[in-house]
Design a protein around this ligand. Structure first.
Ligand code: PHE
Length: 445
């Protein structure tokens, strides 16, 4: 195999930054805050943490184990440990990456546009109408193309020279910006209502089926699980890496950033009396309510708003990179392509598919629903069954043959019995929502 010349991360922290960069993204800010407000605040947050621990941690460790062990992209990696039949799961992963990146790039484009406007023109006072201009049509297509070009460029520079180098600067920067904005929001008069809204625990609401299902899906999406992104990043690791520790660092950083996003978004929105804007929350919430708050704040609003959307751009870009890397590594494996050729080919095809979402928000919403409810949950199920039941001695592989601690036994137990049951339950209950969206889009009444 051509594995001897395989690229490598330059350091352990470089890998961690990149993996956290993959996890932290629009999921933590855009998706997390609209779900938290739609699904009733703290109850949702607690459930999301619960699923991060119960299913997120085991599946993340499973993906890292397969990737590092096989040292190849998802298709060959699954074949390596499970024989030719399992390569199909890898193919499903690649398809999922394709679908997710298609609309993720569109939203990434919106963040770019907002950051750019904050720095130049300022925020439009009529933020609702402005969002409609930005979000669909040729404007949306144009910003999507710019965002995707940036993604392709970074991936072309490779693992150490592109992805790691960017993540090492961008991720600490993102964190500093977010803490800064959260602290600033804390000082605003009237922000208290925002905390009350966000941190209000309503047990009855939290136990509703749709909230449980959304929390599980969000845990998966936010950790980039179920489609081989973490697997692919781990394939550039060396044997000495400590996967269990890395798993914990990645998962808790990701949760921490989502939680922090709530501490910045809700107080800001409520301090400007815009709570009503997010109660009927939709995918536009973050792009409508917040700019309105920034517009009211005058000059300070432009600075805070620019910082906010810059953080969003950074989060989106480092995640989009990991999505593209799945497609790139798989096509380099399959066709022996050079990295640059793979990045451009895959990137252009994904952008073309995404144009559909750029012109129609209902398609974007449907793609998101299909990607998460079907592909990620289904893919996670596949990984859990694969590592729990099919793969030979996953514990030795995960621990590099080191200590056989109880942690790994628990891990395998979860993968065998708990994760599949939970994911089947979620899959079963998530499908009707996706089906409804599908019917609405194709006009089946
Ligand atoms: N985890 C990313 C986010 O939260 C999205 C993502 C999903 C990235 C799947 C890669 C793979 O925005």
């Amino acid at each position: 195999m051509a594995n001897e010349s395989r690229e490598k991360w330059q350091s352990r922290s470089g890998f961690l930054f990149a993996a956290i960069g993959s996890a932290v993204g629009l999921g933590n800010m855009w998706r997390f805050s609209y779900l938290a407000s739609e699904k009733g605040g703290a109850g949702f947050v607690v459930l999301y943490l619960f699923f991060t621990v119960l299913i997120g941690l085991p599946v993340l460790l499973a993906e890292l184990t397969i990737g590092r062990g096989a040292r190849s992209g998802p298709v060959l990696a699954l074949e390596h440990f499970g024989g030719p039949a399992w390569r199909w799961l890898g193919v499903v992963f690649v398809a999922a990456g394709f679908l997710i990146l298609s609309y993720y790039g569109v939203i990434g484009g919106w963040t770019l546009r907002y950051a750019f406007e904050a720095a130049t023109l300022g925020f439009a006072p009529d933020s609702g109408a402005h969002f409609e201009d930005v979000a669909s049509g040729f404007d949306s297509l144009a910003t999507q193309i710019v965002f995707m070009s940036m993604t392709i460029l970074v991936v072309s520079y490779g693992i150490g020279g592109g992805i790691e180098r960017l993540a090492r600067i961008a991720m600490p920067g993102l964190f500093v910006i977010m803490v800064g904005i959260a602290l600033y929001a804390f000082t605003l008069e009237g922000s208290g209502e925002g905390y009350a809204y966000y941190l209000n625990f309503d047990l009855e609401k939290a136990l509703a089926l749709d909230v449980v299902v959304a929390a599980a899906g969000q845990a998966f999406f936010s950790l980039s699980l179920g489609m081989g992104a973490m697997l692919t990043f781990a394939s550039y690791l060396s044997r000495e890496s400590q996967l269990a520790k890395d798993t914990a660092v990645i998962a808790f950083s990701d949760f921490g950033v989502a939680y922090l996003a709530g501490l910045m978004v809700f107080p800001l929105i409520f301090a400007f009396g815009l709570g009503g804007e997010i109660s009927g929350s939709t995918i536009g919430a973050l792009f409508v309510a917040l700019p309105k708050a920034f517009a009211t704040m005058g000059f300070v609003g432009r600075i805070v708003g620019f910082a906010f959307f810059l953080a969003l751009v950074v989060g989106a870009l480092t995640s989009a990179i990991s999505l593209l890397e799945v497609l790139v590594s798989a096509s380099m494996d399959a066709f022996q392509w050079q990295r640059r050729r793979a990045a451009v080919t895959a990137g252009v095809l994904v952008t073309a598919l995404g144009a559909w979402s750029a012109f129609d928000l209902a398609i974007l919403d449907l793609a998101d629903s299909i990607a998460i409810n079907l592909f990620l949950i289904g893919g996670g199920l596949g990984i859990a069954v694969f590592v729990g039941w099919i793969m030979q001695d996953p514990i030795a592989e995960a621990s590099s043959g080191a200590t056989n601690s109880i942690v790994y036994e628990i891990w395998r137990g979860l993968l065998r019995f708990v994760v599949p049951v939970v994911l089947l339950f979620v899959l079963w209950h998530a499908l009707p929502e996706t089906w409804e969206k599908f019917k609405a889009v194709v006009g089946l009444g």
